[in-house]
Structure formats: structure tokens, C-alpha cells
Design a protein around this ligand. Structure first.
Ligand code: ASP
Ligand code: MG
Length: 422
């Protein structure tokens, strides 16, 4: 069997969903299809949640109405008989309205998972109904019952053994050759919905591939494959046709948006190739990530990670012990779910670069108990693999560089934010 994953951009319009049906109809294999929420629905649901947590039920319901209208318009355009689509989403929006009206937002992360997971439930319901209407038989699965995770809401970790048992029970390829399930979402052991972290659908696809021993996993994207840089940020990008799991992990760690960092491990464990394929032209090969390659990457790779904060900590007195301060700092950031993307130390200070998220304030507060803390925000971290002076000149020209780290083959530059580097 194979796993196909379609992200939010693939399902953002009726046209995209028709294209999914086209791609799926060409597959000659047993398939498990993983689908994300449509377009920017996850962001929109996050706004619903913000209002709900502030107990502004009217604002929450009115934002939800926008989300419902967006999906309704797609259904009207997509289906021959729109009733086939409306039927499957009606009860979901009733559940959501009921929740927003009658519950009280207490635990942010738990409420987040309860609410935001509907984005994927709604999108998969529509896609499944449309495939059926188009004569492509398929079975819809609720990953809020099948993919078991811990209770680390918003960043849940998959329990592989329990998930495998449940998935294998739910899936019988002799009865159906196509199954469709949500990316990004799961359940804890108590049956409460969980999510795996933003952009986590790739990770779901990899986990499902591992648990069902897929022969390959394909992620269909709105790019030709894996490029050496983000084409929205850099000119003259080129396709990298092949890379190893190790390359992919390094790139994902540096902030390459192409795949979620957790995606590689479940695939590498079972030696399953990961294809990144162009949604718009399914006959093209795209890129493949696998155990080894005869064609090592021979172009510079540029990764820009935006919205970074550089935190600098100094002990209140001069009693600086690097190891001690470093481990306290990293421990605190980790506890507050901040991912460290760069570390720099000096005689009396440590600087770390992290993503700017809603957890930053809490982490800074806790660090202040122990250290003098200062920080700079609105920064960008540029990682260059296959570095040359020419590329450095071109990409860092006129930039204010706060930290630079360079090895023989690669370099990292933390700089003030500007929108486009030419
Ligand atoms: N819908 C989720 C998000 O936008 C998961 C995903 O797209 O992978 O973060
Ligand atoms: Mg998405």
C-alpha cells in the first residue's frame, strides 16, 4: 500500500479537490489518503479559539460562520449534487456551535485541540464524499479514535503500538482499497482529541506509512518538489531530485518549510521512501528522500527561518558556569515549548535563538528568576549549506547581522528582518 498526503493548499478550492480525485483515480495501489484542513482554516479556527477563550462567544460564532461559508461555497462549486457535501458537514458545524455556546474555555491547549481538530474532520468529510460522488469508493476514518497519542495537547506524541492495533483493526484492504483520514489530529487514551503541532499532517502521513508498512509515502505539494530555497524568498531556485534522510532532517531542523521535522524518523525506521510531488503536474517525478543516494546535493541550499527572537541571559552576579547556565536555559525554554534554533556563548553570557510564539513571555519570566535577560525580536535566521563568499555577500547585503556562525561547509546568520532577499 501507499500513503498519499494532500496539504491545505491542495484542498483550498473545488478545483484542488477535483485534482485530488484525478490523482487518486490514477493510483493503481491500495491507498491511505491523509488530508489537512482546507486552505487557511486552521488559522481561522485559531481565531475562533482566541475569542472563545476570552468568552466572546459572539465573535467566536461569527468567525465560525465565515469558516462555514467558505466550506459551503466550495461544496456548491464542487459537487454535482451539493446535498452530498452539505450532508456530511452539517452535523459537524452543529457540534462546533454547540461547543462554542455551551462550554467554557479553561485549559487553552486542551480546548485548542478539541476545536482546531475540526478543520481536518470537515475537510476529509468533504473530500471523501466527493470521491464517492465521483465513483471512487473509499472509507472515511476518524483519526480522533485511531491515532493514539499522549496528552501533550498541541504537540502530542504518537503512541505507535496502540495506534497500530487500532489502525490495523479499522483497515482491511480486502474490503476497501482506499481509506481516507485526517492529518495532524489524534486522541489521547481518554478519547480527548489531540493535535501533533502545526503543519503536523506530514508527520501523520509518515506515522501511518510506518504502521501500515507502506511501500512509499507521497506528499503532494504546490511546488515542483524539494527546491534548494523557498521560491517566495529567493530567485533562481532549482529542484533537488534526491536526498538522504539525513539531509532532510538537517534541512527541516534549519527551518526548511518543505517537511515537518518529525516526518523523517518513522520513515527512516522502516526504510520507506518519501516522495515530494507536484500537485499541479502529477506525471512529474518531484523529489525523493531515501536512505542513500548516488547523487549528493550539489547546489547551495538556503533556508530562511522568520520570526526569530534572540534571548541573551547573564547571571545576576559574575558566578558564571557555562554548563550550568546553559542547561538551565535550555531546560526552561524546552519546558515552555520553545525550540532552540541557534546557541552562542561568551565569557559571561549565553544567547539562544528561538521561534517567537505565545509561550515566549512565560519563558522569559522564568529565566528572569535566574538571570538578567535581554532580547531582540523580529529577526531572521538564514542557514546556508554549501556556503560560498559570493552567496553570503548576496544574501546578507545591507543586513544588520547579530550572530554569525560559520563552518567549512555551512553558515548561519541571524539578522534583522527584511521581506525579500534578492
Ligand atoms: N492544518 C494543520 C496546520 O495548518 C496541519 C497541516 O496542515 O499539516 O497546521
Ligand atoms: Mg495547513
Amino acid at each position: 500500500m501507499k500513503v498519499y498526503k494532500f496539504g491545505g493548499a491542495s484542498v483550498r478550492s473545488a478545483e484542488g479537490i477535483r485534482n485530488i480525485a484525478h490523482i487518486v483515480s490514477m493510483a493503481d495501489n491500495e491507498l491511505f489518503i491523509v488530508v489537512s484542513a482546507m486552505g487557511k482554516t486552521t488559522n481561522a479556527l485559531e481565531i475562533v479559539l482566541e475569542n472563545f477563550m476570552k468568552a466572546d462567544h459572539n465573535a467566536a460564532l461569527s468567525k465560525l460562520k465565515e469558516i462555514e461559508t467558505y466550506h459551503s461555497e466550495i461544496i456548491t462549486e464542487l459537487f454535482v449534487i451539493p446535498k452530498n457535501g452539505f450532508e456530511v458537514i452539517e452535523s459537524l458545524f452543529i457540534e462546533l456551535k454547540d461547543y462554542l455556546t455551551n462550554s467554557i474555555g479553561d485549559d487553552y491547549d486542551r480546548c485548542y485541540d478539541h476545536l482546531v481538530s475540526y478543520g481536518e474532520v470537515i475537510s476529509t468529510s468533504i473530500v471523501s464524499a466527493f470521491l464517492s460522488e465521483s465513483g471512487i469508493e473509499n472509507k472515511w476514518l476518524d483519526m480522533r479514535q485511531l491515532l493514539v497519542t499522549d496528552s501533550n495537547f498541541r504537540e502530542a506524541n504518537v503512541r505507535m503500538d496502540e495506534s497500530q492495533k487500532r489502525l490495523q483493526k479499522a483497515i482491511d484492504f480486502s474490503e476497501n482499497s482506499i481509506f481516507i483520514g485526517q492529518g495532524f489530529i489524534g486522541t489521547n487514551i481518554k478519547g480527548e482529541p489531540t493535535t501533533l503541532g502545526r503543519e503536523g499532517s506530514d508527520y501523520t502521513a509518515a506515522v501511518v506509512g510506518n504502521l501500515l508498512n507502506a511501500s512509499s509515502v507521497s506528499i503532494w505539494k504546490d511546488v515542483p518538489g524539494i527546491l534548494n530555497a523557498d521560491p517566495r524568498l529567493f530567485d533562481n531556485t532549482v529542484l533537488i531530485p534526491e536526498m538522504t534522510y539525513l539531509d532532510a532532517v538537517e534541512l527541516a531542523y534549519s527551518g526548511a518549510q518543505i517537511i515537518h521535522p518529525k516526518t523523517i524518523k518513522p520513515l527512516q525506521n522502516k526504510n520507506i521512501p518519501l516522495f515530494v510531488r507536484p500537485f499541479g503536474s502529477p506525471s512529474e517525478a518531484g523529489s525523493v528522500i531515501k536512505a542513500s543516494t548516488e547523487k549528493p546535493i550539489n547546489v547551495p541550499v538556503l533556508i530562511l527561518r522568520k520570526n526569530q527572537v534572540l534571548i541573551t541571559v547573564r547571571p545576576h552576579d559574575f558566578s558564571f558556569v557555562l554548563e550550568d547556565s546553559l542547561s538551565k536555559t535550555i531546560f526552561t525554554l524546552n519546558k515552555h515549548r520553545l525550540k532552540v534554533s541557534l546557541i552562542q556563548s561568551s565569557a559571561i553570557s549565553i544567547s539562544v535563538c528561538v521561534d517567537n510564539t505565545r509561550y515566549l513571555e512565560g519563558a522569559l519570566d522564568e529565566l528572569r528568576n535566574e538571570f538578567n535577560v535581554s532580547y531582540n525580536d523580529n529577526l531572521e535566521l538564514l542557514t546556508i549549506r554549501g556556503i560560498t563568499n559570493e552567496i553570503v555577500d548576496k544574501t546578507t547585503k545591507n543586513r544588520n547581522i547579530l550572530v554569525s556562525q560559520r563552518t567549512r561547509k555551512s553558515g548561519r546568520f541571524l539578522m534583522t528582518d527584511i521581506d525579500k532577499i534578492g
